[in-house]
Each structure stands twice: as C-alpha cells, then as structure tokens.
Write a new protein. Structure first.
Length: 132
C-alpha cells in the first residue's frame, strides 16, 4: 500500500523509502570509516571482503570529488587561472583513477587475496580528511 498523507490541499505521497535508503547509505559510509583496532578485533576473511566491497562501492559514485579538490589545491599553490586549468586536468586524471580503483575493488571483492590498487589513489576513501 502507498504511504499517503492528508493535507489541507489534498492527498500527498511521502517518500519514506528514499529516506530509508539514504540512511542506509549514510550508515555504510560511516561504518567504513570506523576501524576497530586492538587484540580483541581480528581481521577475518569476511571483514576483508566487506571492506573491499564498501571501498569500491563508495569510490565509484564519489570519484568526481577529485576534480574540485585538485582545483582547490592548485589554486592555493598558484594563481587562479593556472590553478583552475591545471587542477581541472589533474582532477579528471585522479577522478578516472579513483573510478578504476572502485570498479576493480567492487569486481574483485569476493577474493580479498587479490592485491588492491591502493597506490593508485591518495587514500582509499574520498575526502577521508574531512571525517578525521
């Protein structure tokens, strides 16, 4: 059945499914950035598989975030004109590398023994410095 809400002007449909999906995505992003360490938390095969899948799934849609980040870094290091064009080229290059990294991690997540491509990207999670 549809979720309907009565209002003064008529009946409106609520988007509770979309909010639940957004909360799940937010939970996954938060869960991947939290790493438990210590003698009681052992890295198991299942946790390696999950981390590899989540890294890939997060990097695919957020690969475009490298473009404004590179532009910002280059504008701060040089003038605005040079920084914009050099940063745009560098950002597109880094964005394509992050996209390939995400596709590779997602495609090979069932085999955590396959070496990851961590050397391709600055950090496995885009904008990791904002969560720290």
């Amino acid at each position: 059945m549809r979720n309907l809400k009565l209002s003064g002007s008529g009946v409106q449909r609520t988007n509770s499914g979309m909010w639940i999906f957004l909360l799940i995505v937010l939970f996954l992003i938060t869960a991947i950035s939290a790493n438990a360490a210590g003698p009681l938390y052992k890295t198991t095969r299942a946790s390696k598989i999950t981390n590899k899948l989540l890294r890939g799934v997060i990097n695919i849609p957020f690969c475009f975030m490298e473009i404004p980040r590179s532009i910002n870094q280059n504008v701060q290091n040089t003038d605005i004109f040079t920084g914009t064009f050099v940063g745009l080229g560098e950002g597109v290059f880094k964005s394509s590398k992050r996209l390939c990294y995400g596709v590779f991690e997602t495609a090979t997540f069932p085999s955590p023994e396959i070496k990851t491509l961590n050397s391709w990207v600055d950090h496995p999670i885009p904008y990791k410095e904002l969560s720290e």
